[in-house]
Design a protein around this ligand. Sequence first.
Ligand code: CMC
Length: 437
Amino acid sequence: MKQSDVKATLSFSNGSPSVEFPVYAGSIGPDVLDIRKLYGETGMFTYDPGFMSTAACNSSITYIDGDKGELLYRGYPIEQLAVNCDFLDTCHLLLHGELPSATQKTEFVSTVTNHTMVHEQMQFFFRGFRRDAHPMSVLVGTVGALASFYHDSLDINDPKHRDVSAIRLVAKMPTLVAMAYKYSVGQPFVYPRNDLSFSANFMRMMFATPAADYKVNDVLVRALDRILILHADHEQNASTSTVRLAGSSGANPFACIAAGIACLWGPAHGGANEAALQMLQDIQRDGGVEKIGEFVAKVKDKNSNVKLMGFGHRVYKNYDPRAKLMRETCHEVLNELGLQNDPLFKLAMALEKIALEDEYFVSRKLYPNVDFYSGIVQSALGIPVSLFTGIFAMARTVGWIAQWKEMISDPEQKIGRPRQLFIGSPRRDVPSMAQRG
Ligand code: CMC
């Protein structure tokens, strides 16, 4: 890490000696104060619930400039990756730091496709679930269970094992997500086919049956591929931090990714696309475009607890660059399916226009995020709402595992162990039963 010439000094009003901290500069973005010696020198911790001002690691994978609305994977803008690359290019980039050359691409595609099948025994795990189980519950269970099948890649201190596990996870997630779907609708599992692209293979595993094969539609496959690219990584968000924290104890990568999936399941993280679609359907049912004004008034009323779902972001204080790309994809998919007049898409565009001109949203820098349009796209592709977060997990697996690998090879890595401000009872003696009242 590059130390800056600037130093920070912490002084105390009670006359305790002040402490000096080094400041490190990143290649872009905010500098950080290195407070590691704070406790040793002062006996104090920092207090930062929600990590509002804390960098928990250094990373060279993904960079977000929330004010500009910029997202870079390994330095490349998401807009260029979404147009010029496919998901496996993006996976190579995130995992290895560079886009693949033509030869590397062929090799990478072949490696991934050779790992798409899951152990035949895995189907018995699925059979243990109720048919109406939530796909995220099935995924937490089955991804964690992968660790009991692939003992030959669990040594986290062996770089080759780490690479094989990373590929296995990227390759097998679509198979598991599609199996979760097939199980829920009572159809037979469809095995992967390695002559298809990553996304076409997934669509086929989802929608083919023994009675009718899936006819690949390039526009729809490309749309899914774009969803995967846009969700592939997002620096130190909650689920990625969960993966890092789980991995910091030396846990195996399958267990760590299962932990990431569990975190992603929460509605404040991976569940928002479902909520955005639900909101649009509710407005549509209540009268559609005519009722937008009424709905926006409810959103602005602090007592209503109604939020404009798919709007606002902790980091982006500008248009989420992924939302623009998703809106474009939405157009393409609806045109392809002859749904240009889809009432939900029209409603979404009208709602976006009104919100972007409204003082409430402008003054709070609330813009559409990736989830505003992704629910419409996914349901047009035939993906059921309950699987939206599973698709997000399938895309994010590569980001999680790239971040996990980066952490394991970081010489500064330590087990994650936050401290606390204790506000409970001080030491006291256990009373006898008679004394307890
Ligand atoms: N609708 C109405 N008001 C909002 C919204 C919204 N969607 N988002 C934020 N605000 C208001 C909020 O009430 C607050 O107003 P005030 O200053 O008057 O109290 C102000 O804007 C600041 O909001 P905040 O809650 O402090 O912002 P945050 O950074 O804690 O929350 C958020 C970010 C994403 C949780 C929030 O914007 C939200 O709940 N949005 C809707 C859910 C959503 O679309 N989530 C998807 C996030 S993108 C997916 C991902 O990358 O994981």
